[in-house]
Design a protein around this ligand. Structure first.
Ligand SMILES: Cc1cc2nc3c(=O)[nH]c(=O)nc-3n(C[C@H](O)[C@H](O)[C@H](O)COP(=O)(O)O)c2cc1C
Length: 222
């Protein structure tokens, strides 16, 4: 698979089969992804890869919290800017409308939306979860490094025929995650990435992107 095909076919998959992901494939992908760039070559990422009984236990504990309406642990970083400003507020609500609409959940159906969101903590059925931590004293540049690293992982997964879903949602129940994976206290949980094989029986709407001219300006003197 060439890089364009990997980029084009990657999407946030929210329905996986229970087919296990071979350990050798995970090791191959994570070994290759370590070639991702980072400022000063700091490689400021710490990963935990969960499968089997530990993942089942994490899903169970997180699902219990979600079912109880637990709003989550105090946040260690802001997921979104505090004020919903254009054009981002519109893009975010369009994405939500598309996502929940595809599941047949009406706009005002708060319980339906909650249930769909709660599926995050079941990894959408995926048999593998990668958890991405970064040292608390790292700055914006290193968080960007971590993002590049995770995208590299997700593209390599495509090359292996695997799918993924990046999930900030795991940071909401980060203390429960910590009970299972015992991270160092100086680490912040950025996100999880559910990994597995997409369930082909579940249709999905392709997410949109704004036209190139909205985000890119060529400064070429012409
Ligand atoms: C850092 C990051 C965190 C995300 N967190 C979640 C999440 O918690 N739950 C979820 O369902 N999707 C999550 N997503 C997926 C985005 O909603 C998705 O990437 C976006 O809507 C574009 O869709 P696409 O990836 O299918 O192209 C996250 C994506 C990124 C990059």
């Amino acid at each position: 698979m060439d890089v364009y095909a990997a980029v084009a076919s990657r999407r946030a998959v929210r329905a996986f089969t229970d087919e296990p992901v071979p350990r050798a494939v995970l090791e191959r992908v994570l070994t290759a992804a370590a070639r991702a760039p980072s400022g000063g070559n700091l490689q400021p990422w710490h990963l935990r890869v969960l499968t089997g009984a530990p993942l089942a236990e994490l899903k169970k504990r997180a699902a219990e919290r979600a079912a109880a309406g637990d709003p989550g642990d105090e946040r260690e970083y802001r997921m979104y800017p505090p004020e919903a400003k254009p054009p981002y507020a519109e893009r975010r609500s369009a994405a939500a409308a598309q996502r929940f609409g595809a599941l047949g959940i009406e706009r005002g159906d708060a319980a339906g939306r909650r249930a769909a969101v709660a599926d995050n903590w079941a990894c959408f059925g995926a048999p593998c979860l990668l958890l991405a931590y970064i040292d608390r004293d790292m700055g914006a540049a290193q968080w960007a490094d971590l993002g590049m690293y995770l995208q590299t992982v997700m593209l390599l997964l495509r090359a292996e025929g695997l799918d993924s879903c990046p999930q900030m949602a795991w940071s909401v129940y980060r203390r429960t995650v910590a009970e299972v994976v015992a991270p160092r206290p100086e680490w912040v949980l950025f996100a999880g990435v559910s990994i597995g094989f997409a369930d082909p029986s579940v249709p999905y709407p392709r997410t949109g992107r704004v036209p190139l001219a909205e985000t890119v300006t060529f400064v070429d003197g012409s």
